[in-house]
Design a protein around this ligand. Structure first.
Ligand SMILES: *[C@@H]1O[C@H](CO)[C@@H](O)[C@H](O)[C@H]1NC(C)=O
Length: 955
């Protein structure tokens, strides 16, 4: 195994290889900014370089004014002064640190002058003058009660706060210069501004200097470089990007001037950092940019931005995890540097030799950071999710298999694929329609030549309880006599340009407008478009797909909107860019919620996302390529989403661009069967690749992978339920499951399915016949298919010919599944269960099963069954009500009805792996039910292979 340090060194080599293999398709780098081309990033890096070069002679200009410090009700508040030197008045920055239960801190820093609106905007801009303060309105949903035990001690020099469990955490707020150390277990875990790179660019009027560079530069198009005669501002800063910036054809008018915020955050003695999904790279992080955009044909292992952003970062070492959540929706860069410790007194005795230093830079907005002190990865995700919301409990169909392509071209085509999947006994739940179903890319319409009978098509699907998903994007075609665009224009529901007129740009339909989902009136209007009367030709088995919501604008800077565009409330697009996708996704979710009476759980897939998007649907990793490297990359990308609170994630199976070989496609299905969101998708220029077209043995092998997914649906659905109540990941990387096993911290190519003990290592290389799986010490694993045992504490090699998915089971687990193959998940509803039990060395095992109707919200009224299974001392299997569930079961009317409906569904089979030797031969199973005792007299046989099978009756 490679540790992440070695991996970092290997990467340049790998990149070269990819470049040769995949030179046919590649991202257009020149369309996306580098840090050097993003003024605020360049300025802050230059500032950091200046700080580093100054060494110990550098003093951060930020100090807390001691007499402003107040400690009250869980808050420390005060004013930070930013000193400008040269006798200029200092800048006032209001500071608030909120200590919340259970041991979470939130640091917020604003700027007084902008907060009061006491500034002037240039070019007569109608934009808001404040820093954007409404990120939390979209992102936060829960828990922020003050920590009642929090205590603060103030001195001139510093304020020391104790808080958290047993008041065991400390925040040491140094006043001059301002810095904060977060301490747990008597060790500094996280330092803010420890390196003095904090920066908040205060408002200043533009001082007109002699006009030289900038005016001329505008004329000469080929002039790309910065004018040379730049004056230098504070700390030698480069002012040339303060007031105006050009990129490609676009000039950003920047009416508010420079307003970036930056902070250095150090994790002493932490070598590994994880999180920050929204880029294609390894799980363990390197430099990263977050600016949601439509990156055409993205490349591997790149810090380049992708479609979404979740600024949650974990730092991890043996037995300790901590995390920060940088809640800012503007363009953000994060530099990550691992530094060998020379002698760090802060971490003596921990044994780690490396610090991780991070530098966070956002174009504008507040400094607003949550601090989580763990100590386990699951504590961080639980506390983060308690604030930003748990993932939606999805409809059960949506965790089945999705068959998509751009495009199924007619309603007859859809029906034909549906028939063929049935004929080939290939299970699937959903078939998808990309943009071509519409009449000329006008959403909420059907092309009447190719889709003359959409309802007939949905009816056929419904006969197998299958569903249809149709795409609806946020760009609305600018065409006469299209009622949707007429409403958008006449009611002014679109995003505006910098002059406050409706913004027009180009996307799939050509000239388009964009719905502004920050506008409550626009959201209300959006609701009305999804009713059955309004969106004609739709039935209740139609669900939604939101694409292009970064938003993608073909003729915009970096394929998105100009930053000086205006949203509802006159916020600039710059302020909210990374939230835009979430607001559109949310609006579609809310509209679908209102479509059916009683409401059903909406299913909406999104491409763009931010923290909080997990509440309203699933995401996929966007437009990947049919290559082994993209298959490989999908796994860390999906794991990264999972530890960042948005577990309902998948990658296009088969690869969107290009034609996969049969082997690649087959391996991709085998991997995809373990993506939380499992969809095959393909570009319009690719050959058709529905599983039945591939030919045997591939079709058979793919069908087996799909059936495995359906067999394990009860375990998947239970995992989704856990995620929806705790925030815990559905697929989990090694370090998360075994936080003390250092040997596995760099692993991102094998993972666990929730609490089931199932360990998967998809094959992601061509021609493989075996794979190496790393197993943690003192554990035993069994092959899922052959029950062959493997002992932990190192790497084992297991057979993986094309027809085999490397899948192991950790001893000590009970896995619920359904063994009867069906056409769709809906048709499996009344099927009996099988329990697959792997006993540990003491003859014990446990597991759980959550079930409900899989579509309505009745589970909130107790209409669910949640069982805990325990097998103890090699003799007794028990099924009991889950202790931690809300015990409403059996109380309400809906709960009773549901229990009655489910009374005929039971366990038909129990398989025991590693059964006691004494069981060999024949025996009898005694089934005991609540209350009475019943001797079932069921016979069972136990083979010498130490595996037992018993068929029994009901629960
Ligand atoms: C969607 O956004 C609205 C408006 O901010 C909010 O009230 C609602 O709770 C969000 N919905 C979900 C499911 O998060």
């Amino acid at each position: 195994m490679l540790s992440s340090v070695i991996r970092v060194q290997l990467l340049p080599l790998l990149l070269v290889t990819f470049a040769i293999l995949e030179s046919a398709v590649s991202v257009k780098h020149e369309n996306f900014k580098t840090c050097d081309q993003s003024g605020f990033c360049k300025r802050n890096r230059a500032f950091a370089d200046h700080v580093t070069a100054s060494g110990s002679s550098w003093a951060s200009p930020y100090t807390v004014l001691p007499n402003t410090v107040k400690i009250k009700n869980g808050f420390v508040t005060g004013t930070i002064l930013k000193s400008l030197g040269d006798g200029q008045p200092s800048i006032h920055l209001p500071l608030s640190i909120h200590f919340q239960e259970p041991g979470v801190a939130r640091i917020t820093i604003d700027e007084a002058q902008r907060q009061k609106g006491d500034i002037e905007l240039r070019h007569g801009s109608p934009a808001r003058k404040e820093r954007y303060t409404e990120v939390d309105k979209w992102v936060l949903v829960g828990q922020s009660e003050s920590d009642p035990g929090m205590k603060g001690e103030f001195s001139q020099k510093e304020t020391i706060v104790s808080y958290g469990p047993g008041n065991g955490y400390k925040a040491i707020i140094r006043h001059s210069p301002f810095s904060v150390d977060f301490v747990r277990d008597d060790q500094v875990q996280i330092k803010f501004n420890g390196n003095g790179m904090m920066n908040l660019e205060h408002w200043r009027p533009k001082v007109e200097k002699e006009k030289k560079g900038s005016e001329e530069a505008k004329e000469g198009e080929e002039i790309k470089e910065e004018p040379k005669e730049v004056s230098t501002g504070e700390h030698g800063e480069d002012e040339s990007t303060w007031w105006e910036e050009s990129f490609g054809e676009n000039t950003d008018s920047k009416p508010k001037g420079p307003e970036s915020v930056a902070m250095d955050i150090t994790f002493p003695a932490y070598e590994h950092v994880y999180g920050i999904p929204g880029h294609a790279g390894p799980l363990a992080l390197k430099e990263t940019r977050l600016y949601n955009s439509d990156v055409f044909e993205y490349e591997m292992d790149s810090p380049m931005t992708l479609y979404g952003a979740i600024p949650l970062m974990y730092a991890h070492r043996k037995q300790s995890s901590v995390g920060v959540f940088w809640m800012n929706a503007a363009e953000t860069w994060i530099d990550i540097e691992k530094q060998k410790q020379s002698s760090n007194p802060l971490s003596l005795g921990i044994g780690a030799k490396t610090d991780t230093k991070t530098h966070w830079i956002s174009e504008n907005g507040l400094i607003d950071i949550f601090v989580f002190l763990g100590p386990e990865p699951k504590d961080i995700i639980q506390q983060y999710s308690a604030r930003t919301g748990n993932t939606q409990l999805p409809q059960e169909f949506s965790i089945g298999y999705h068959q998509c392509r751009w495009n199924y071209v007619t309603d007859e085509d859809v029906k034909d694929v549906d028939n063929k999947m049935t004929r080939h006994h290939i299970p699937y739940d959903v078939i998808w329609l990309d943009i071509e179903y519409t009449d000329g890319k006008k959403y909420f319409t059907w092309d009447e030549h190719t889709f003359p009978d959409p309802l007939g098509m949905q009816k056929q699907l419904d006969a197998s309880q299958r569903k249809l998903v149709a795409i609806i994007d946020p760009h609305i075609k600018n065409e006469a006599n299209y009622p949707v665009v007429e409403a958008l224009k006449s009611q002014d529901l679109g995003i505006h340009n910098k002059d406050n007129n409706l913004y027009e740009g180009w996307c799939w339909p050509g000239s388009s407008y964009w719905i502004d989902c920050f506008n409550p009136a626009a959201r209300k209007w959006w609701d009305s478009l999804f009713t059955y009367q309004s969106f004609k030709g739709t039935a209740s088995n139609l669900f939604l797909w939101n694409d292009m919501n970064e938003p993608s604008v073909f003729n915009g800077p970096e394929t998105t909107m100009p930053k000086d565009n205006l949203h509802h409330g006159n916020w600039e697009h710059r302020d909210i860019h990374n939230l835009n996708g979430l607001t559109f996704h949310n609006a579609t979710y809310e509209a679908m919620l209102k479509r059916d009476h009683p409401a059903k759980r909406p299913f909406v897939l999104t491409r763009s996302y931010y923290s909080g998007s997990q509440r309203v649907g699933a995401m996929w990793t966007g437009d990947n390529q049919a290559s082994w490297s993209h298959l490989q990359a999908s796994i860390p990308m999906i794991l990264s989403m999972n530890i960042a609170g948005f577990p309902f994630a998948g990658a296009d199976v088969g690869g969107f661009f290009g034609n996969p070989s049969k082997e690649l496609l087959t391996r991709w299905y085998q991997a995809g069967a373990f993506y939380p969101f499992f969809r095959g998708h393909a570009h319009i220029d690719t050959r058709r690749r529905e599983p039945y077209l591939i030919g045997d043995p591939y079709t058979q092998i793919i069908t087996q992978a799909l059936r495995l997914r359906y067999q394990l649906l009860p375990a998947w659905y239970t995992a989704f339920h856990t995620a929806s109540t705790s925030g815990y990941p559905i697929v989990r990387p090694h370090y998360y499951v075994h936080p003390s096993d250092e040997a596995g911290f760099g692993l991102d190519d094998q993972f666990y399915l929730a609490d089931t003990g199932l360990l998967i290592k998809p094959v992601v290389t061509e021609g493989a016949t075996t794979v190496d799986i790393y197993l943690p010490p003192s554990s035993t694993y069994y092959d899922y298919f052959t029950f062959k045992p493997y002992t932990g504490g190192g790497t084992v090699t297991i057979p993986a010919p094309l027809d085999t998915i490397p899948l192991l089971m950790q001893a000590g687990h009970i896995i619920p599944r359904k063994d009867r193959p069906r056409r769709s998940s809906g048709l499996m509803r009344w099927d009996p269960y099988t329990l697959l039990i792997t006993l540990d060395e003491h003859g014990n095992a446990e597991g759980e099963l959550y079930i409900d109707d899989g579509e309505s919200f009745d589970y909130r009224d107790g209409a669910f069954i949640h069982r805990r299974f325990t097998f103890s001392a090699g003799r007794e299997l028990r099924s009991s009500n889950f202790a931690s569930g809300i015990d409403v079961q059996g109380s309400g009317k809906k709960a009773k009805e549901y229990a009655k409906r489910m009374s005929g569904v039971g366990v038909e089979k129990v398989i025991i792996v590693n059964a006691p030797r004494t069981w060999e031969g024949r025996g009898t199973v005694v089934v005991q039910e609540e209350g009475g005792r019943r001797r079932g007299g069921q016979r069972c046989s136990f083979s010498a292979g130490r595996r037992g099978e018993a068929r029994i009756g009901r629960w």
